[in-house]
Design a protein around this ligand. Sequence first.
Ligand SMILES: [Ca+2]
Ligand SMILES: [Ca+2]
Ligand SMILES: [Ca+2]
Length: 219
Amino acid sequence: MRIGCCRLAALAGAVVVTSRALAGGGTVERAYGPGFAGLIPDNDAIGFLSVISVDESFPVQSVAVRLYGLNHGYCSDLTLELRRPGVTAPALLATNIRNGNSADFNGDYTFTDTGADLWATANGLTGLDVLPPGDYRASGANGVFVNLNGVFGGIDAQGPWVLRIADDDFLVSGSFTGWEIVLGGAPECRAPGADLNGDGVVDTADLGILLGQFGFTCD
Ligand SMILES: [Ca+2]
Ligand SMILES: [Ca+2]
Ligand SMILES: [Ca+2]
């Protein structure tokens, strides 16, 4: 039995992580996702949009974006950005690396405020060289660092997070296999699914909701 049978999946898809905070307890970093992935449209101004919807409300303390299976033979074709629609402007994760670098993405790449310098790492790499998979700082035009925790710190985690990967040049195209967003500040304690009213307590109020909807079907 399920109420709300027909939630629309926005854009390329939406992944919902349902949980609630119980009263008390500390905070942790938690990964949400994975978001939908696939072929990155080649030479396309819009690119691939993928949504991860976080159904957990807390002030964000830190942000990291994990990209899985990113594969592209010309890394500077790509612009990667993260945003909270309606809350923030897009924050660049990487764009036009070294203004035309031809090295490849091949593996898992995380963008975080504590990673390595992507532009410095790419210096001297070319052709079939691979940018080493790993953790990198987000960066914008000319490799200027983007402070993800500064952009997203303090906003409510709950809602859609959108990754956009755009390839703005022809001939060489690429793909990725998935992504996750890791948010610091998440409540350590997560209530079970029986907390139907999301108040952090499982009690007779939740039972009342269950009984009120008992027997519902979508048919
Ligand atoms: Ca290449
Ligand atoms: Ca391309
Ligand atoms: Ca409850």
